[in-house]
Design a protein around this ligand. Structure first.
Ligand SMILES: NC(=O)c1ccc[n+]([C@@H]2O[C@H](COP(=O)([O-])OP(=O)(O)OC[C@H]3O[C@@H](n4cnc5c(N)ncnc54)[C@H](O)[C@@H]3O)[C@@H](O)[C@H]2O)c1
Ligand SMILES: O=C(O)C1=N[C@H](C(=O)O)CCC1
Length: 241
């Protein structure tokens, strides 16, 4: 496939490597302050754009890619306040957009496990639930997009929790607490913790590097070919088997 990269930082570089290994062609790379490239024939010749930039620039990039008629796969976090606009563009205007807060296979298995465990724990109110996430010091958003997806999985399945909040926000017992830590160059660690008076159950996903995120994004790009609409990892992965 002919792939354009929007954002050429840690993820952009990792995706370029894996995309080339899988036989794809990188036809255009757009990083910060290179907006004029959205009008280039190279960008317009791409079959898909893979976007990993920053919370504040993501929406503008999506609009530019849509205007050029290019499907978008994005992993940028921290922009979800604008999700309705993107879903509308996919629904009414026939655009293609694939989003995942985390593209790694391991994390998506962890998401399924998290929902299953939360459904079980709904019957055991003696356990309180909280979450922890740790990432590198360069990360701009907190909690992580992955932590928000995990929290949504818990809130959908545990009746006694009504919303989530970061540890330093006002918390009551109905609110799911998320502690966000920023340390060194950690690629990403997420834990969901259930604690009773008697014991503690912790499930953790610990990314060793960024390969899983990047491979998932390239697989998502391959999956978008010929498709329209708003796509997610649940379309790509079949956990019903
Ligand atoms: N969904 C996932 O699986 C996943 C995995 C890792 C990271 N992320 C998210 O992806 C995003 C990027 O992560 P990263 O580690 O590559 O960050 P990074 O800071 O290493 O790279 C971001 C790049 O985007 C560029 N950029 C900023 N504004 C831009 C703009 N307007 N147009 C084009 N390029 C622009 C920056 O110059 C930089 O090169 C973050 O939001 C992060 O949370 C998601
Ligand atoms: O490095 C990051 O930034 C990551 N962002 C995503 C998130 O916010 O969940 C995925 C994990 C790595």
């Amino acid at each position: 496939m002919k792939i354009a990269l929007i954002g050429y930082g840690k993820m952009g570089h990792e995706i370029e490597k894996i995309a080339r290994e899988r036989g794809h062609e990188i036809v255009c790379i757009i990083d910060m302050d290179e907006e004029e490239k959205f009008d280039s024939s190279e960008f317009k010749g791409a079959e898909v754009a893979i976007e990993f930039t920053s919370p504040e620039s993501a929406l503008r990039n999506y609009r530019q890619a849509f205007a050029a008629g290019i499907p978008v796969v994005s992993g940028t976090t921290g922009w979800l306040a604008h999700l309705d606009e993107i879903k509308e563009a996919c629904g009414k205007n026939g655009k293609t957009f694939f989003y995942a807060s985390n593209f790694s296979l391991g994390v998506n298995i962890f998401f399924a496990l998290n929902k299953y465990l939360a459904g079980l724990m709904n019957h055991y109110p003696g356990y309180d639930v909280r979450m922890e996430e740790t990432h590198h010091i360069h990360k701009l958003d907190a909690p992580s997009g992955t932590a928000i997806t995990l929290a949504e999985g818990i809130l959908a399945n545990i009746d006694r929790k009504e919303g989530w909040a970061l540890d330093n926000d006002a918390l009551d017992k109905d609110t799911l607490r998320i502690d966000a830590f920023r340390e060194g160059e950690v690629p990403g660690i997420h834990s969901v913790i259930y604690e009773s008076d008697a014991d503690l159950i912790r499930i953790t996903h610990d990314a060793k590097n960024r390969k899983g995120f990047a491979l998932g994004a390239v697989l998502a790009a391959e999956f978008t070919k010929g498709k329209k609409g708003f796509l997610t990892m649940e379309d790509l992965l079949d956990f019903t088997r």
